[in-house]
Design a protein around this ligand. Structure first.
Ligand code: AMP
Length: 489
C-alpha cells in the first residue's frame, strides 16, 4: 500500500465489562453495528483480570468472520469488538482491529473509530525513537504512546497519550484489569454507555443495546474517559479547555442507523424532519415521492408527509449482493448499477416523480437512478437531497473524496441538474439542516458543507508522498542520535 492511500477508519466499536458471555454479546453487538463497516471484524476477550487475551479477527462481514467454534474459544467476562470500513486498496488483515500488544505494561487491546489528523507527525517521531510499526492504522500510534514508560501508571500514561493525539477518536481500550471508553474532546464520533444486569456495555450506537436487551444509560461525553473495573464505573475528564463539542452531522444524515439515539434524538426522527424541511424549502408539483432505499427512506417519508404527495416504494432493493469480482467492463458496470435496485414500473410510468436521497457526493448514484426512472417511463424526474451540497473532504473519518471529485465543486447547481439528467434539483439549506436536528448549529462539525474544520489538520494531508516522509524521518532520526550523544558526553 502506498502511504497516501491511508485507510480512513470509519468504524463501529462495542465492548462488554462484567458478563460471563462477553464475547458472544460483543458478537451480537457487532452485528448491530455492521452498517458502520463491512471490510473486517474482530473481537478480543479476557477470561478474568490478569488472564491472557483471546483474539479473533478476519476479513468480511461479522457473520463470515465468526462461527460457533471461534466464539466458543473466546470465553471471558470482558471483551471489545470492532467492525471496519475502508475504501479500495487498503484492505488488509494486518489492519483489522482490535489491535493487541503485549508490552511492559501488560497486554493492551484497542479499538478505534475516527481519524487522527496528526498521525503522520506522531508516527515519524515514534519511528525516529525506534518504534517499529506493524500496521498503517492510527490506533497503533496510541498503543505506542501508551506503552512508553514515561508517565508512571497506566491511567496517567493513557492521559498523556490522549493529550498528544489530535482529531477524531472514539476508543475502547482493554487492559489486564479494566475496560476503558474514550471520546475525543470534540466528540466527533458517537459512543454510548449501556447496562445489562450488572454488566456495563459501551457501543458506537444505541441500536446495539436494543439487540442484546441492554438498557441505554447515557452518552460518553466529549472529552470523557470512562473506566470500568472491579470498583464499577469511574469518569475522568481530559484537559479540553476551550474545545467546543462538535458531533459529525453526517451521522444524523447518513451514517448512523435510523433506530439509534444520538444526542437524545432518534436518528429516524431527525431524518424525517430533514425531509419535511426540504419539502418546505424546495417545493415541487409532482405525483409521487420515491425514496432511494435505504438511505433516502426517512427523508422521503418526511417530504411526502409535509407536501401531501403520496410516497411510492418504487425501487426494490436486492439485499443479497456481495462484492462482484469480475473484471470491469461496460456489461459489468451496467450490472452493478442495476443489481442493487430495480423499479416497479407501474408506480412510475407517466408520472411526475420526486426522487429523494440523503446526499449526493460524486453524483454517480443519483445519475443512475434518474436514468432508471426515465427508462421506466417517468414524465418528469425531480431530485431532492436532504443535506446541503458536499464541497469539502472530511479529515475526521468519513470517507469522502477529494475536493476535485465532489460534484458540487465541479458544477453549478444548474450544471448538476444537467449532469444528472433531472428536471429540477433541490438541496437542503445549511440553516434548514441544523434546524431539523433540534440542536444549535455550534454543537456540530459540518466541515464537509461549510469548510470550517474544528480541529486544524496539516495542509498536505492528502498529498504526502513517500520520499518526502522518508527524508524527514532520516533528518529526525539523525537529530535524535545527536541529542543522545550529547547527553552521553
Ligand atoms: P455518489 O453521489 O454516487 O458518490 O453516492 C452518494 C450516495 O452514497 C449517497 O446517497 C449516500 O447514500 C451514500 N454515501 C454517502 N457518503 C458515503 C460514504 N462516506 N460512504 C459510503 N456511502 C456513502
Amino acid at each position: 500500500m502506498i502511504e497516501n492511500e491511508k485507510p480512513r477508519d470509519h468504524c463501529g466499536i462495542f465492548g462488554v465489562y462484567g458478563h460471563p458471555d462477553a464475547a458472544t454479546l460483543t458478537y451480537f453487538g457487532l452485528y448491530a453495528l455492521q452498517h458502520r463497516g463491512q471490510e473486517s471484524a474482530g473481537i478480543v476477550s479476557s477470561e478474568a483480570d490478569g488472564q491472557v487475551f483471546r483474539v479473533h479477527r478476519g476479513m468480511g462481514l461479522v457473520s463470515r468472520v465468526f462461527n460457533d467454534s471461534a466464539l466458543r474459544g473466546m470465553k471471558g467476562t470482558r471483551a471489545i469488538g470492532h467492525v471496519r470500513y475502508s475504501t479500495t486498496g487498503s484492505s488488509s488483515i494486518v489492519n483489522a482491529q482490535p489491535m493487541v500488544v503485549d508490552c511492559a505494561r501488560g497486554e493492551i487491546a484497542i479499538a478505534h473509530n475516527g481519524n487522527l489528523v496528526n498521525a503522520n507527525i506522531l508516527r515519524d517521531e515514534l519511528e525516529a525513537y525506534g518504534s517499529i510499526f506493524q500496521t498503517t492504522v492510527d490506533s497503533e500510534i496510541i498503543l505506542h504512546l501508551m506503552a512508553q514508560p514515561k508517565y508512571g501508571d497506566r491511567e496517567n500514561n493513557l492521559l498523556y497519550a490522549l493529550g498528544r493525539i489530535r482529531g477524531a477518536y472514539s476508543l475502547l481500550i482493554m487492559g489486564e484489569n479494566e475496560l476503558i471508553g474514550v471520546r475525543d474532546p470534540n466528540g466527533f464520533r458517537p459512543l454510548s454507555i449501556g447496562r445489562l444486569g450488572n454488566a456495563y456495555i459501551l457501543s458506537s450506537e444505541t441500536c446495539a443495546f436494543d439487540l442484546i436487551q441492554a438498557e441505554f444509560v447515557r452518552d460518553v461525553e466529549p472529552g470523557e474517559v470512562v473506566i470500568l473495573d472491579k470498583d464499577g464505573l469511574r469518569s475522568v475528564k481530559m484537559d479540553s479547555f476551550g474545545v467546543r463539542p462538535s458531533l459529525c452531522i453526517f451521522e444524523y444524515i447518513y451514517f448512523a442507523r435510523p433506530d439509534s439515539l444520538l444526542k437524545g434524538r432518534t436518528v429516524a426522527q431527525v431524518r424525517e424532519e430533514l425531509g419535511r424541511q426540504l419539502a418546505r424549502e424546495t417545493p415541487v408539483k409532482a405525483d409521487a415521492i420515491i425514496p432511494v432505499p435505504d438511505s433516502g427512506n426517512y427523508c422521503a417519508l418526511g417530504f411526502s408527509r409535509e407536501s401531501n404527495i403520496p410516497m411510492e416504494l418504487a425501487f426494490v432493493r436486492n439485499h443479497y449482493i456481495g462484492r462482484t469480482f469480475l473484471q470491469p467492463s461496460q456489461l459489468i458496470r451496467d450490472f452493478n448499477v442495476r443489481v442493487k435496485l430495480n423499479l416497479v414500473r407501474d408506480f412510475v410510468k407517466g408520472k411526475r416523480v420526486v426522487i429523494v436521497d440523503d446526499s449526493i457526493v460524486r453524483g454517480t448514484t443519483a445519475r443512475a437512478r434518474v436514468k432508471n426512472l426515465r427508462e421506466a417511463g417517468a414524465k418528469e424526474v425531480h431530485v431532492r437531497v436532504s443535506c446541503p451540497p458536499h464541497r469539502h473532504p472530511c479529515h475526521y473519518g468519513i470517507d469522502f473524496p477529494t475536493h476535485k471529485e465532489l460534484i458540487a465543486n465541479e458544477y453549478t447547481q444548474a450544471g448538476i441538474k444537467e449532469y444528472l439528467g433531472a428536471d429540477s434539483i433541490g438541496y437542503l439549506s445549511q440553516e434548514g439542516m441544523f434546524k431539523a436536528t433540534g440542536h444549535p448549529k455550534d454543537e456540530f462539525c459540518a466541515a464537509c458543507f461549510t469548510g470550517e474544520y474544528p480541529v486544524p489538520f496539516p495542509k498536505d494531508l492528502d498529498k504526502f508522498i513517500m520520499e518526502k516522509r522518508r527524508s524527514q524521518r532520516q533528518t529526525l532520526a539523525a537529530s535524535v542520535v545527536e541529542d543522545t550523544q550529547q547527553r552521553l558526553l
